[in-house]
Design a protein around this ligand. Structure first.
Ligand SMILES: Nc1nc2c(ncn2[C@@H]2O[C@H](COP(=O)(O)OP(=O)(O)OP(=O)(O)O)[C@@H](O)[C@H]2O)c(=O)[nH]1
Ligand SMILES: [Mg+2]
Length: 229
C-alpha cells in the first residue's frame, strides 16, 4: 500500500525466466500484488513466478496488448504499474512514481526512456526506431511526446473506463498512451526513467513492428477524422 492505495504490478511474460530473479530483488515491498500474465511460456517462467508468491494468469491468446488487457481484468490494485519482465525498466522507482501520481493529482504517468541516461542500454536500431515512431506521434497528435513506445506506465485503475483499447498486439503500447493523452490531457504526464539492457531474448521483430506502429497511428488519426466529418 502507498498512501492507502493498493498497488498492482503487471508483468507480461513469454519465456522470461532469465529476468525474474533480478526483478524480484528490485520490486519494492510496498507493492501489494505482482501479476504475471504468461503467454504459455515453454521455460520455467510460471514455476519461478509462483515460487516467489506472485499471482500467475495464463493468457494463451497471443499478443502484448492482449496480455495487458487480461492483466487489467485480473488485477486488484487501485493503482496499476506495468513493466516488461526482462529487467529493462526500473521497477524500484514505482514508489516514487506513485507518489508523483498522487501528489501532482495525475491520472496516468508514462515513463519515458528518452533521452537515454545510458546510451549503451538500447541498441542503435531500437533507438532510431523508437525516436522515429515517437516523432510520428508528435506530428500526428501535435504534442511533444518523448517516448510513445515505453512499456512502463503507472496509472489509476479508474481511468480504464475512459479508454477504448482495441489493439491486442504491439500497437497497444502507443494506443494506451495516445488514448490516455486524449482523454486525460493535463492529467497525463511523461516522467523520465532510467533503462537497462535486456536479460533474455527479445520477442519483437523491430522492422515489422516499427512499420505496423506507424501505420496504426495513421489509422487512429484517419478514423478520428472520419468520425468528426
Ligand atoms: N503474455 C505475453 N507476453 C508477451 C507476448 N509478447 C511479448 N510479451 C512480453 O512482453 C514484454 C515485452 O516484450 P519484449 O520482447 O521485451 O519487447 P521490447 O521491450 O519491445 O523489446 P526489447 O527491447 O528486446 O526488450 C516482455 O516481458 C515479453 O515477455 C505475448 O504474446 N504474450
Ligand atoms: Mg523489453
Amino acid at each position: 500500500m502507498i498512501s492507502g492505495k493498493k498497488i498492482s504490478l503487471i508483468l507480461p511474460t513469454l519465456n522470461e525466466a532469465e529476468g525474474l530473479g533480478y526483478l524480484k530483488e528490485k520490486i519494492p515491498s510496498s507493492i501489494d500484488e505482482v501479476l504475471i500474465v504468461d503467454g504459455d511460456s515453454r521455460d520455467k517462467t510460471r514455476e519461478i513466478a509462483e515460487s516467489f508468491g506472485w499471482k500467475v494468469v495464463v493468457e494463451k491468446r497471443h499478443g502484448y496488448g492482449r496480455a495487458y488487457k487480461t492483466g487489467f481484468e485480473q488485477s486488484q490494485g487501485d493503482i496499476i504499474a506495468t513493466a516488461d519482465a526482462d529487467g529493462t525498466y526500473p521497477v524500484e522507482d514505482i514508489e516514487f512514481l506513485v507518489q508523483e501520481l498522487l501528489t501532482a493529482d495525475l491520472d496516468f504517468i508514462s515513463c519515458s526512456r528518452f533521452p537515454l541516461k545510458d546510451s549503451q542500454s538500447m541498441n542503435g536500431l531500437n533507438q532510431v526506431g523508437n525516436l522515429m515512431i515517437t516523432w510520428a506521434a508528435q506530428v500526428l497528435w501535435l504534442h511533444p511526446f518523448s517516448d510513445i513506445l515505453s512499456g512502463m506506465w503507472v496509472f489509476r485503475r479508474s481511468v480504464l473506463s475512459q479508454l477504448v483499447l482495441k489493439s491486442d498486439n504491439w500497437n497497444f503500447s502507443e494506443e494506451i498512451k495516445l488514448r490516455a493523452y486524449e482523454a486525460l490531457k493535463d492529467k497525463f504526464k511523461e516522467i523520465q526513467i532510467s533503462y537497462r539492457n535486456r536479460l533474455g531474448e527479445t520477442k519483437l521483430m523491430p522492422w515489422k513492428v516499427g512499420w505496423e506502429n506507424i501505420l496504426y497511428m495513421i489509422g487512429m488519426r484517419l478514423r478520428a477524422r472520419n468520425e468528426i466529418i
